[in-house]
Design a protein around this ligand. Structure first.
Ligand code: GLA
Length: 409
C-alpha cells in the first residue's frame, strides 16, 4: 500500500513538474512594445520573397531598424501545402529559396523574423492553419528560426480562445526557440484579462483601415477607422504593461490618409503604448511618412520604460486631451483634434492637476514648473511657469508635448 502511495506521489509530482515547465510563455520578450513591419495592411496576400527582401533592406537603409523597427513579419498567404507527413511548407512559387533562406537574409541585416498562422483549420485568407497541428507547426517555425508569431482567430468555431492560445503558447515553448507571441483574437473574449499569461500582445479590436474617422464596410464585417479604434481603448489601460501589451492593430501610416491624420494616428498609438508595426510600402515612402514613422521623441513616449498606457484627461467637443505618465516624473500631453475644422488651441498651463492611480504619478502644474517640448516641431517652448500658450491645431491632427519637471519633484 505504501509502495502504491509512493508511486502515486512520484507520478503526480512528475506530471505536475512537466506541466509547470511547459505552462508558460517565453518571459521578458517585450519589456517595451514590440516594433517592426507587417505585410498585411499594404500588401494583403501579395507577399513574396523579393518584396520581403527589399523591405528588409529598406528597414536598414531608412534607419527604421535603428529607430526600433526590428521585427519583419509576414502575415497571411505565405503558405504552401502540408507535406506527406503534415509539415507545413512555404509556397514554392512565392518563396523559391525557402523560408529558412529568407530568415537568414533577414537575420543577417540585424532584423528579426516573424510569421503568421491561425488557431482554426484555415487562416482568414483560407490557407492551412494550425488547429490540431500546433506542436508540429511550432517545430517547423523553430527550424526556420522564427522570432515572432502572429496567431489569428479565423475558423475557430467552438474553440475557447483561452485554451487555443494556451495550446500554441505551450507548443512554441516546447519547440524551444524564444518567440514573441502576438494574439490576434480581435478582443472577442476579452484577451486583456488573460492574454499576458499566453503572449506578449493581444489585439483589442477588429481590423483597422486607412480611414481616420469612419469604417470600411465589407458586408459581413467592418474595418474600423483610427478614431473608432481609439475609442475602444479607454477602459483597457490597467491591463497593459511590460511583456503584455494591448494591441490596437498595426499602423496605417503612409497608406493613404493625410499627413496630419497619419501624425495623429501615430501619436495616439504612442500614447497607448501600442506595438508599432508599420504597414506601408517602405520602398516608396514620402519624406513625411518617414518623418512620422521615425520620430524618435514619439517612439520614446510609446516605449517609455514605465510602460503605462495613456488616458483621456479632458473631452471638450472635438478637442480631446490625453495624458501619459513617463519615467522621471515626466508626462506626455497630447491635444487631439477629432474634427475637420481647425481649432485655435489655447493652453492654460495651470490646468494639469492629476494623480494617476495606476502609476501613482502626479502631474501638478499649479505646484511645480515643467519644461515644455513640442515633439513634432522638435522645439523647446519654455516652461509651464509662463503665461498661456496659443497655437493653431488643424483638423484631424495633434499637438503633442512632453513636460519635464524643472526641479526634482
Ligand atoms: C485577420 C487579422 C488581420 C490579418 C488578416 C489576414 O483579419 O485580424 O490582421 O492578419 O486576418 O488574413
Amino acid at each position: 500500500m505504501k509502495k502504491q502511495l509512493l508511486v502515486f506521489i512520484l507520478l503526480f509530482s512528475f506530471s505536475f513538474s512537466t506541466y509547470t515547465i511547459y505552462a508558460q510563455k517565453f518571459q521578458n520578450m517585450a519589456p517595451v512594445p514590440p516594433m517592426g513591419w507587417n505585410s498585411w495592411n499594404r500588401f494583403g496576400c501579395n507577399v513574396n520573397e523579393k518584396m520581403l527582401k527589399e523591405t528588409a533592406d529598406m528597414l536598414v537603409e531608412t534607419g527604421m531598424r535603428d529607430a526600433g523597427y526590428t521585427y519583419l513579419v509576414i502575415d497571411d498567404c505565405w503558405h504552401g501545402e502540408r507535406d506527406s507527413l503534415g509539415f507545413i511548407r512555404e509556397h514554392p512559387d512565392l518563396f523559391p529559396s525557402g523560408m529558412k533562406a529568407l530568415a537568414e537574409y533577414i537575420h543577417a541585416r540585424g532584423l528579426k523574423f516573424g510569421i503568421y498562422s491561425s488557431a482554426g483549420f484555415k487562416t482568414c485568407a483560407g490557407r492551412p492553419a494550425s488547429r490540431g497541428r500546433e506542436y508540429q507547426d511550432a517545430m517547423v517555425y523553430a527550424s526556420w528560426d522564427v522570432d515572432y508569431l502572429k496567431y489569428d482567430w479565423c475558423g475557430t468555431e467552438g474553440l475557447s480562445a483561452y485554451g487555443a492560445y494556451m495550446t500554441m503558447r505551450d507548443a512554441l515553448y516546447e519547440a524551444g526557440r524564444p518567440v514573441v507571441f502576438s494574439l490576434c483574437e480581435w478582443g472577442n473574449s476579452k484577451p486583456w484579462l488573460w492574454g499576458a499569461q499566453m503572449g506578449h500582445l493581444w489585439r483589442t479590436t477588429g481590423d483597422i483601415c486607412a480611414i481616420f474617422d469612419g469604417f470600411e464596410d465589407h458586408g459581413t464585417y467592418k474595418n474600423l477607422g483610427v478614431l473608432q479604434i481609439l475609442d475602444l481603448q479607454d477602459t483597457l489601460r490597467t491591463y497593459a504593461g511590460p511583456d503584455g501589451w494591448n494591441d490596437p492593430d498595426m499602423l496605417q501610416v503612409g497608406n493613404g490618409m493625410t499627413v496630419g491624420e497619419d501624425r495623429a494616428h501615430f501619436t495616439m498609438w504612442c500614447m497607448l503604448s501600442a506595438p508599432l508595426m508599420a504597414g506601408n510600402d517602405l520602398r516608396s515612402m514620402s519624406p513625411e511618412t518617414i518623418e512620422i514613422l521615425m520620430n524618435r521623441e514619439a517612439i520614446a513616449i510609446d516605449r517609455d520604460p514605465l510602460g503605462i498606457q495613456g488616458f483621456p484627461f479632458k473631452k471638450e467637443g472635438d478637442l480631446h486631451t490625453w495624458l501619459k505618465p513617463l519615467s522621471e516624473g515626466r508626462w506626455a500631453v497630447c491635444f487631439l483634434n477629432r474634427g475637420r475644422q481647425d481649432i485655435s488651441l489655447s493652453i492654460d498651463w495651470k490646468q494639469f492637476t492629476v494623480k494617476d492611480e495606476l502609476s501613482g504619478q502626479q502631474l501638478d502644474t499649479k505646484e511645480h514648473v515643467y519644461s515644455v517640448r513640442d515633439i513634432w516641431a522638435k522645439e523647446d517652448l519654455g516652461t509651464t511657469g509662463k503665461k498661456d500658450f496659443t497655437t493653431l491645431l488643424p483638423g484631424h491632427d495633434v499637438f503633442c508635448i512632453v513636460l519635464t519637471p524643472v526641479n526634482a519633484l
